[in-house]
Write a protein that binds this ligand. Structure first.
Ligand code: 13P
Length: 254
């Protein structure tokens, strides 16, 4: 099977600046020693972005921001704008992560504003969607994902779609050690493709869909082999350099 995977590391609120730099040095050593076929994206906390920018020993390695605010500048205490991220050469941004939705009350309207401002910039958005266990158990998964996609991608120009990626992260699988099964992942990714095709009149067929939720070095190969999985968004298992490098190596499907 030939496919090029996207391996993304969402560090969340982990690693201070020294730890981020140490990780980068070890990652660069691994890049020099191994031939990775995947695209790798690291999402450190804001504090690490500038120090990591432009320092990867490979053109297939990118830097992303876990968050930003959609306004250009102004009185928004604590926020960072997309143009500030562009200025230091950031390539990707995560939008709509379930932790931001639940812990920081980000709603669909805000998520849509972020998606639109990101699509208008040079930064590529990764829109996270996912259902709770309750929703899955009540057969509401497809409906939930449809609502998240519909509102998150409202008024999006289909011509900009090639900048976008979707990360399917079932909330019940995030940080729990409970991974969705191969069948669940395959069928849910198919549902997502169907919804996107409906929303964008078949113009979305190449949009990459990542899976996130307790991906680790033990399950990465099996999940990565699923036909409609284009990559991973990894939390916990991306924090340890050895495990993360192992996952990158397992994703060489060429
Ligand atoms: P875990 O890999 O720790 O389950 O986290 C997944 C996630 O939330 C990535 O964005």
């Amino acid at each position: 099977m030939k496919k090029r995977m996207i391996v993304a590391a969402n560090w969340k609120m982990n690693k201070n600046l020294s730890e981020a730099i140490e990780f980068l040095e070890k990652l660069n050593f691994h890049i020099d020693e191994n031939d990775s076929q995947s695209s790798v994206i690291i999402f450190p906390p804001f504090i690490g972005l500038e120090s990591l920018a432009g320092k990867f020993n490979s053109n297939n390695f990118y830097l992303g921001s876990q968050n930003f605010y959609y306004e250009e500048s102004g009185a928004f205490t604590g926020e960072v704008s997309i143009s500030m991220l562009e200025h230091i050469g950031i390539d990707y941004a995560i939008i709509g992560h379930s932790e931001r939705r639940s812990l920081f009350y980000e709603n669909d309207n805000l998520i849509n504003k972020k998606i639109r401002s990101c699509l208008a910039s040079s930064i590529n958005p990764i829109l996270c969607i996912g259902e709770s266990l309750e929703q899955r158990d009540s057969s509401l998964t497809e409906n939930t994902l449809k609502n998240q996609l519909k509102s998150g991608l409202k008024n999006i120009d289909a011509l900009k779609l090639d900048k976008l990626m979707i990360a399917y992260e079932p909330i019940w699988a995030i940080g729990t050690g409970k991974t969705a099964t191969v069948d669940q992942i395959y069928s849910t990714h198919q549902q997502i493709k169907g919804i996107l095709n409906e929303l964008f009149n078949d113009e979305s067929h190449d949009l990459p869909i990542l899976y996130g939720g307790s991906v680790n070095d033990k399950n990465a190969k099996e999940i990565g082999m699923i036909d409609n999985v284009n990559g991973f968004l990894i939390g916990g298992a991306s924090l340890k350099i050895e495990t993360f490098c192992e996952i990158i190596d397992l994703c060489n499907f060429n």
